[in-house]
Write a protein of this length. Structure first.
Length: 332
């Protein structure tokens, strides 16, 4: 596919390629999930998740969540799911960042997404952006607790595996390996990353040393380019193999019942030894809470710990491996 075809063209120089980086975004997962729960038939790869989460959403007010991620459009607001500023942020940090968004940015972003006129469902973001942001954060927190948090450890492991594999290819082979198979409408010619028509006017984006942020996602569909200020250039894409994620994520109920959901999730996450902070970041749970669960797992002989420099690293014992037998997280 030639980079001269209409679409969005990100132009790289050598520094931009060196500054290509990866991140996981809880807010982007929430935005993607908001589409899936409204149009489940369009996303057969998520049918297991939809079946599990639908009863958990009963009674939740998600009106502002849906207004910020409208259906049936070729452009939409970006303020509700900005590219992350760290590789693997906690959801509460991201919600705090969202709540602090400049009201002027919210107004401009919503008006840009609706050039024909802002619909009633989204007018509050223009008329009272500060109040709307506060209410939106509350709805997103409830949506996260019901729809994402129980599955976040396995989702995080899945996305980290995708990042590791693609980053290795970037280092070993170069840009072609990093950008290949992001989506059918994405091509790379050595200097330009082209996303063929995505419903918006053709744009040329010179990265000018800013580099590119690649955001693999479970719930994103197609490719979501981010090109508008004040956010840095980014491309969100659905990581391959999502359908397998849900079959693996649903296999551990017996272990959950035996030792508790959170302890089971932590035990499974230790396929690779990790520190308390690393586990905290992958699960989204507080370091103190993770440390408490690790203490119980250690006291019962399921995990062991060792010091590595200034860090304490935890790993599963043979007993812990036995409990996880047949249920290990092996997303690759």
């Amino acid at each position: 596919m030639s980079s001269e075809r209409p679409g969005i063209r990100f132009r790289f120089d050598r520094d931009d390629l060196l500054r290509t980086r990866f991140a996981i975004s809880p807010l982007i997962e929430l935005a993607g999930a908001s589409y899936v729960v409204r149009r489940p038939g369009d996303f057969p790869e998520h049918r297991r998740w939809v079946a599990a989460v639908t009863p958990r959403l009963e009674g939740l007010d998600l009106g502002l969540v849906f207004a910020a991620a409208p259906l049936g459009r070729r452009s939409w607001p970006n303020f509700n799911a900005p590219p992350p500023v760290s590789p693997h942020p906690w959801i509460e940090d991201e919600l705090t960042r969202l709540a602090a968004t400049d009201p002027g940015v919210v107004r401009a972003d919503v008006r840009r997404a609706y050039p024909e006129g802002v619909p009633p469902s989204a007018e509050v973001f223009v008329g009272d952006p500060s109040g709307a942001l506060a209410a939106l954060v509350g709805q997103l927190r409830a949506f996260w607790s019901a729809a994402i948090e129980p599955w976040w450890p396995s989702m995080s492991a899945f996305l980290e595996s995708e990042i590791a594999a693609r980053a290795r290819r970037l280092v070993a082979v170069g840009g072609q390996a990093a950008f290949t198979e992001l989506a059918r409408n994405v091509s790379w010619d050595g200097e330009t990353l082209t996303i063929a028509p995505v419903g918006t006017a053709p744009r040329d984006v010179d990265l000018d040393g800013r580099g590119m942020l690649l955001i693999p996602s479970v719930f994103a569909f197609g490719v979501w380019p981010r090109i508008d200020a004040p956010w840095d250039p980014a491309v969100t894409y659905q990581a391959p193999g999502v359908g397998d994620l849900w079959s693996q994520a649903g296999s551990g109920n017996a272990l959950d019942e035996l030792i508790g959901r959170r302890r089971a999730a932590i035990l499974r996450s230790l396929d690779v030894p990790a520190s308390t902070l690393a586990i905290s970041r992958s699960t989204g749970w507080s370091p103190g809470g993770v440390n408490t669960h690790l203490g119980v797992l250690r006291a019962t002989g399921l995990v062991a710990r060792r010091r590595d420099g200034r860090q304490v690293i935890y790993s599963r014992t043979s007993t812990g491996d036995s409990l996880c037998g047949g249920q290990e997280r092996t997303e690759r």
